[in-house]
Design a protein around this ligand. Structure first.
Ligand SMILES: [Mn+2]
Length: 409
């Protein structure tokens, strides 16, 4: 084969539901409708572009016990791709394990019987007819990677480090199963990777991240290696390349395709369109924007007539999820009125912040250079609201000090 093309996304959280309301027309949570719309846009793109495969490494759901309608919404996505004959590779993240009763199967098992859908609940390599090889590793768990007794006498961070090491070994074994003569190869998995960016700016070493999240952290060096021409990771919601130079990096976090909180407000949300050449070189990746929900923080200036609050909304805020920040010291009535006025536009105010007036415990006194101590004291005391007779006593004592210490009065 000459070139393979793969669409990758992760962390869909189809039933995340945060900041959603019930759509009266459908009875569905508007946040669910948004993620379902995004899933549909990804499937439509993959079909239209006739890609070879769609890969999604985990956190499709909020937890391991999804409601039937969430399963149906996801089924729509898998059915569409299956009917179009596009191979889909799916593996679990940590969220599919949350609330999953012991002994129950992962909710991603639902899709196993669909033609062209490859459900990978353990590490493995899917080799497609074309020769394209897609290796997957699921969220590294203690139960899957450690034997009873492995944890004896170890602290929690040491156990996480051991789990990470076992996952690294697992990934190395996957590399051995790949035959580069058959076709291009990529890896997809779900885990934190050392050196990734969390939120907008935080950057941490493996140790920092391990302590911050109390979870195993895979070192970048274990992933940024041949034969992988691309590594599509899930778990961190900020879309990013880890290591590498610019867009030429090999290891990517796909990022969540929808906005979920106000920290996502300025984050570009996208999925990957990956082109894998048959010469083993690092793949090129295009970021395809998703129809993600818009989040808008709207600070209101002091003295604004609430009726004009709407004019401050950016034009693209139609249907947006809005956080209003009132001027300090505003009352509840203003908040309620602004909420009502903005609500009339179809935007949805989910948060009204009313910052406390700034603390002003003392005036700042600016003393000129070369000022003498008693002059400084005379400036400072009135600013502190010190009573006149106290001030006179302080000045007397200060004068004694100045004399005794020999400081120029
Ligand atoms: Mn995750």
């Amino acid at each position: 084969m000459s070139e393979a093309r793969v669409v990758a996304f992760s962390d869909l959280h189809i039933d995340g539901g945060r900041h959603g309301t019930t759509n009266p027309a459908t009875g569905l949570n508007t946040a669910w409708e948004s993620t379902a719309r995004i899933a549909k846009s990804i499937a439509d793109y993959a079909i239209e572009q006739e890609v070879d495969a769609v890969v999604t490494p985990g956190d499709l759901y909020l937890n391991g016990w999804p409601r039937p309608e969430a399963v149906e919404l996801l089924f729509d996505f898998f059915r569409t791709l299956s009917a179009a004959g596009i191979d889909v590779v799916v593996s679990p993240g940590n969220h599919e394990l949350i609330n999953l009763p012991r002994g129950h199967r992962s909710p991603i098992e639902h899709f196993r019987d669909l033609a062209h859908v490859h459900v990978m609940t353990g590490p493995g390599v899917v080799t497609l007819e074309s020769g394209l090889q897609i290796a997957t590793f699921p969220w590294p768990t203690r139960t899957s990677l450690l034997a009873p007794g492995d944890t004896d006498g170890k602290t929690a961070p040491e156990i996480d480090a051991l789990v990470a090491q076992r996952a690294v070994d697992q990934i190395a074994r996957l590399a051995e199963q790949v035959d580069v003569r058959r076709g291009p190869a990529m890896l997809a998995g779900h885990a934190t990777v050392g050196d990734c960016v969390i939120g907008s700016s935080k950057r941490g070493s493996e140790m920092d991240l391990a302590e911050l999240f109390a979870e195993p952290v895979i070192p970048l060096e274990a992933l940024d290696v041949d034969p992988w021409q691309h590594v599509a990771m899930g778990h961190i919601h900020t879309r990013q390349i880890i290591g590498g130079e610019g867009a030429s990096g090999r290891v990517w976090f796909c990022g969540s395709p929808d906005r979920d909180t106000f920290t996502d407000e300025r984050e570009a949300k996208a999925f990957s369109d990956i082109r894998l050449a048959d010469n083993g070189s690092i793949a090129s990746v295009a970021s395809i924007a998703t129809p993600a929900r818009r989040f808008v923080t709207l600070p209101l200036p002091e003295g604004l007539d609430p009726a004009y609050a709407v004019d401050l909304l950016p034009l693209e805020a139609d249907g947006a999820i809005v956080r209003v920040v009132l001027p300090p010291g505003s009352d509840d009535a203003l908040g309620a009125e602004v909420r009502r006025v903005i609500g009339l536009t179809g935007a949805h105010v989910v948060q009204v912040e009313r910052p406390l007036p700034p603390r002003n415990d003392s005036e700042r006194v600016v003393a000129e250079e070369g000022i003498r101590p008693l002059e400084g004291l005379d400036l400072w005391m009135p600013a502190q609201g010190i009573a006149d007779d106290d001030a006179a006593r302080l000045r007397e004592k200060a004068a004694v000090l100045v004399e005794e210490t020999g400081v120029a009065a």
